[in-house]
Ligand binder design. Structure first.
Ligand code: AMP
Ligand code: ZN
Length: 114
């Protein structure tokens, strides 16, 4: 997807602050962090929203969480706790339409979220 910000990062046209990369997944620090740790975990393949996932994507989505686990461990927030969020569509706050798992931590997290 040529007009997708996260696809441009995957392609190397834009260089994010990468914290993890493998064949299928890229993780980088959010440009507008909402917590001391705020990392976005992104599949390299373009999928617009959660609504566009199909059964074949189950393993890939599971992998996003395994990467989140590694990111949290590396940033030293695994034990104190962290939040993972994937917004779906504008009403939930999705602004980049390439799915991404937010990993937020390093400060207390309130519930319910706004
Ligand atoms: P969402 O609102 O759930 O779609 O999340 C999109 C996230 O992408 C927001 O938290 C933005 O701050 C973040 N973001 C937008 N542009 C960039 C960028 N160039 N590098 C890193 N993060 C970005
Ligand atoms: Zn994309």
């Amino acid at each position: 997807m040529t007009d997708c910000l996260f696809c441009k990062m995957v392609a190397g046209d834009i260089s994010p602050d990468t914290v993890y990369e493998d064949d299928e997944v890229l993780a980088f620090r959010d440009i507008n962090p909402q917590a001391p740790t705020h990392v976005l975990v992104v599949p390299k393949r373009h999928i617009s929203t959660i609504n566009d996932l199909n059964a074949d994507d189950a393993e890939l989505v599971g992998k996003l969480y395994l990467v989140a686990q590694q990111v949290a461990a590396k940033d030293g927030i695994a034990e104190e706790g962290y939040r993972t969020v994937m917004n779906c569509n504008a009403g939930a706050g999705q602004s980049v339409f390439h799915i991404h798992l937010h990993v937020l931590g390093g400060r207390p997290m309130r519930w319910p979220p706004g």
